[in-house]
Write a protein that binds this ligand. Structure first.
Ligand code: 5RP
Length: 220
């Protein structure tokens, strides 16, 4: 029986096949993305550099001697590799368990291809069992929370957590997300919301799932 760590390590290794030689690679955040960074270190001489989706990932990349670039100095990102908290069969995702959702969404938007890596426990029929993270400007916290309650959600402030952008996170329970694209847009329209953790307007292009029988690939 492979552990969850084994499954994460296996998908991280499989993602290396999606990294084109001589390009800039977008790198996600979290424990699965950390395994990808460790794999990327083995081929670091074959890529031009990386763009990181968090301060933590930038530090890990640099600790391996991998070049980290500012997104504004980069014209193109060939592939973005990142984990997820939940994924459905349309490759819509819930992300942000690590609080890096805004930078993750920016790097995913720029990337030509988004490869999501996850162990099989992350695949669900309907998104929403994992609390949906929403990054909010601090002064709008209470207002946004009230608006989310009107939409049927139960927001909880992530205690003692400040994002890399200086904002707070509301983790929202009780959303049964049958229309991920619609909910993503609705939440983004609330004044004070920076980003929400639904990646549906820009879903993953490939989902690599670590299973007991090997790595399974789902394509959009
Ligand atoms: C961080 C994220 C992560 O990708 C997500 O939380 C999954 O993390 P892990 O790979 O540790 O399970 O969105 O903001």
């Amino acid at each position: 029986m492979k552990s969850q760590e084994d499954l994460k390590r296996a998908v991280a290794a499989a993602a290396i096949e999606h990294v084109p030689v001589g390009t800039i690679v977008g790198v996600g955040t979290g424990s699965t993305a950390n395994f990808f960074v460790d794999e990327l270190a083995k081929i670091k001489s074959k890529i031009d550099g990386t763009v990181a989706s968090s301060v933590a990932s930038a530090k890990r990349l640099e600790s391996h001697g991998i070049r980290v670039l500012d997104l504004n100095s980069v014209d193109e990102i060939s592939v973005y590799v990142d984990g997820a908290d939940e994924a459905n069969s349309h490759l819509h995702l819930v992300k942000g368990g690590g609080g890096a959702l805004t930078r993750e969404k920016i790097v995913a938007a720029v990337a030509r291809k988004f490869v999501c890596i996850a162990d099989e426990s992350k695949l669900v029929d309907i998104l929403g069992a994992f609390p949906l993270p929403i990054e909010v400007i601090p002064m709008a916290r209470s207002y946004v929370a009230r608006e989310i309650v009107k939409l049927g959600g139960q927001p909880v402030l992530r205690d003692g957590f400040v994002t890399d952008n200086g904002n707070v996170i509301l983790d929202v329970r009780n959303f049964s997300i049958v229309d991920p694209v619609g909910l993503e847009k609705t939440l983004n329209n609330l004044v004070g919301v920076v980003t929400n953790g639904l990646f549906a307007q820009r879903p993953a292009d490939v989902l690599l799932l670590g299973t007991q029988n090997g790595v399974r690939a789902l394509n959009r």
